[in-house]
Design a protein around this ligand. Structure first.
Ligand code: NAD
Ligand code: USQ
Length: 405
């Protein structure tokens, strides 16, 4: 298939581009490298030393003989998106190209507006370009489990059937997102569903849980193909942060009680889910929603698991409960359905089997690059960003890097 990967220089997109290329598909990466700029803005860097995209692609080509096309540009620019669609003529577009950090979206007004404009306008441009130029193309959009929030009932896959005053209907599952970022995904979902209905587009919205791990068969082939591993307080996700903390003997930062429960999946399952969805497209006019995660854990369960496995690695792991900088339920019911991708053939990798090799050992290997200043949360949902984080402790020369538009 001809598959365009929007956001292919990012964490999920890079692993997906290589995986689908290795399977023989024709791949194009579309990216404007804004994710790398956010690192400069915040004065942080990925634990793993990622290489520039041209170097990554050259090494991939040398190792496999497969080339990946690139289109460098901003998807909030409609002319750019239209030129990509008309030049590459994709059969499927996988849309990862959004600002994906909840804390980043909560820094202040400017970052909230940037997040929602970047995400909602980018997706609208894609929808209009597909309608005009490639109406049969399957849109595969990365949503998030956080769109649903943490309701006190079971979470269905996208839709719920309700009996109300003697009548019955199947409607989108209620959304209770917990940040301006998560809200942007809800806005996207509504826009995509609407355009499937009015224009007959075909789309799959993947409500993905928190992704972990850096290791896939393809990125393992060469150090130059290594993927991101974010552990800072803004872009670092909870498992990455805990593993980096364990690697240098800093107490694990459980926010509040630690009963916050989320769906999780291995990056190898992300890439396989995308392949499954590409090979099993939605019908014209169909808007599907799949919940894309494999296991659910509370934050405290994760911390205890890391403490347990770290004993065998001679790491001294302590667990701290620090005040939760977010406004979220710290203990709650959570039971989210996730059977549709399994029904299509997904065979999950389990955290218990990958925690050491795919996470803790990677953190240990690069532990000289860990900056402990990245562990204390600087963004608070109630007040925004703590002004202390103004200068990069790692690369001070970049502290003056430009703010996002
Ligand atoms: P990432 O930040 O690593 O990658 C996103 C990529 O998109 C970056 O390379 C960035 O430069 C690019 N991009 C962003 N805005 C762009 C624009 N306007 N034009 C062109 N390129 C642009 O993020 P990720 O972790 O790979 O996440 C990918 C997608 O999956 C996001 O939509 C995210 O919301 C979703 N998701 C991620 C996770 C996770 O745990 N990482 C979980 C659930 C959902
Ligand atoms: N948390 C801690 N300690 C930490 C960091 C986080 O207890 O040091 C807690 C948070 O308060 C939260 C939970 O861990 O309750 C998850 O936080 P996270 O930063 O790992 O993930 P989140 O903000 O939810 O966002 C990530 C991705 C986002 C994606 C989302 C999937 O950054 O792009 O959409 O996971 S989901 O959570 O299902 O919405």
């Amino acid at each position: 298939m001809r598959i365009a990967i929007l956001g292919g220089d990012g964490y999920c997109g890079w692993a997906t581009a290589l995986y689908l290329s290795s399977k023989g598909h024709s791949i194009a990466i579309i990216d404007n490298f804004v994710r790398r700029q956010w690192d400069f803005e915040l004065g942080v860097q990925t634990l793993t030393p990622i290489r520039p995209l041209p170097e990554r692609l050259m090494v991939w080509q040398q190792l496999t003989g497969r080339s990946i096309e690139t289109f460098v540009g901003d998807i909030t620019d409609y002319e750019f998106v239209a030129s990509v669609i008309s030049t590459f003529k994709p059969e499927a577009v996988v849309h990862f190209a959004e600002q994906r950090s909840a804390p980043y979206s909560m820094i202040d007004l400017k970052h909230a507006v940037f997040t929602q404009v970047n995400n909602v306008v980018g997706t609208l441009n894609l929808l209009f370009a597909i309608k005009e130029l490639a109406p049969d193309c399957h849109i595969i959009k990365l949503g998030t489990m956080g769109e649903y929030g943490t309701p006190n009932i079971d979470i269905e896959e996208g839709f719920i059937t309700i009996n109300h005053n003697g009548r019955t209907d199947t409607v989108p599952f209620p959304k209770q997102p917990g940040s301006f970022y998560h809200l942007s995904k809800v806005h996207d979902s509504h826009n995509i569903m609407f355009t499937c209905k009015i224009w007959g587009l075909r789309a799959t919205d993947l409500n993905q849980g928190v992704v972990y791990g850096t290791v896939t068969d393809e990125v393992q082939m060469d150090e130059a193909l290594i993927n991101r591993f974010d552990y800072d307080d803004v872009f670092g996700t909870v498992l990455n942060r805990f593993c980096a903390q364990a690697a240098i003997g800093v107490p694990l930062t459980v926010y509040g009680k630690g009963g916050q429960t989320r769906g999780f999946l291995d990056i190898r399952d992300t890439v396989r889910c995308i392949e499954i969805v590409c090979l099993n497209p939605a019908e014209r006019g169909e808007f599907r929603v799949f919940n894309q995660f494999t296991e659910q854990f509370s934050v405290l369960e994760l911390a205890k698991l890391i403490k347990e496995v770290s004993r065998d690695l001679d790491l001294n792991v302590q667990i701290d409960h620090i005040p939760d900088p977010r406004v979220e339920a710290e203990a709650h019911y959570y039971n989210a359905k996730h059977s549709k991708l399994a029904d299509l053939g997904l065979e999950p990798h389990l955290l218990s089997e990958t925690l050491v090799n795919s996470l803790i050992n990677v953190a240990i290997r690069y532990r000289d690059r860990i900056d402990p200043a990245m562990f204390s949360p600087q963004v608070n949902w109630r007040v925004g960003r703590n002004p202390r984080r103004t200068v990069s402790p790692i690369r001070p020369e970049l502290a003056a890097a430009k703010e996002p538009r």
